[in-house]
Design a protein around this ligand. Structure first.
Ligand code: HEC
Length: 142
């Protein structure tokens, strides 16, 4: 094999390695997802159900929710501050009240719950950080 070809191959391999490292950084961390799942089951599933489907007419679905997909920051806001009033999820109106569940939870725990919700039951969303949750607490709402 000529030197030139070797150099090209090495460059291609390095580019490939760099791309896959970046991709795995973006995927949610397994430990964070597990923590998020446990906290979701304890703090959210009573209303939204463990499978994220909610209860029609009372508690909106988180699984495949177009509302959630359009506004991941709203999910942080709802958990930190609660929400009372009208929301429309996949064409269905809800006019209920969600308590500020996050009041007694740490920023990182809330980040893990929201990351779990954004990346479960067929949802594909961003990874939320504790710093983003802290920012939402400071600003007092979205
Ligand atoms: C006591 C019941 C209850 C609990 C517990 C609860 N929620 Fe909610 N949630 C609601 C209701 C009711 C709404 C609709 C709010 C409205 O009508 O103002 C809602 C709305 C939402 C929405 C936006 C609408 C959607 O379906 O995309 C998200 C996201 C959400 N909740 C996430 C959570 C998470 C995460 C937890 C746990 C940390 C949680 N909720 C705990 C009742 C609850």
């Amino acid at each position: 094999m000529g030197r030139g070809l070797q150099t090209v191959l090495a460059a291609v391999l390095m580019a490939f390695a760099a791309t896959s490292a970046a991709a795995s950084l973006r995927a949610p961390d397994a430990l964070r997802m597990r923590n998020g799942r446990g906290l979701f089951d304890d703090n959210c599933a009573a209303c939204h159900q463990a499978n994220g489907e909610g209860i029609p007419g009372a508690f909106p679905n988180l699984a495949k929710s177009d509302f959630l997909q359009a506004c991941p920051a709203c999910a942080i806001d709802f958990v930190v501050n609660g929400h009372t009033g009208r929301v429309i999820v996949n064409g269905k109106p809800y006019d209920g009240s969600m308590p500020p569940i996050g009041t007694g939870l740490t920023d990182q725990d809330i980040a893990d719950i929201v990351t779990y919700v954004l990346n479960s039951w067929g949802n594909h969303g961003p990874v939320v950080t504790g710093a983003e949750v802290a920012g939402m607490r400071r600003s007092g709402g979205h």
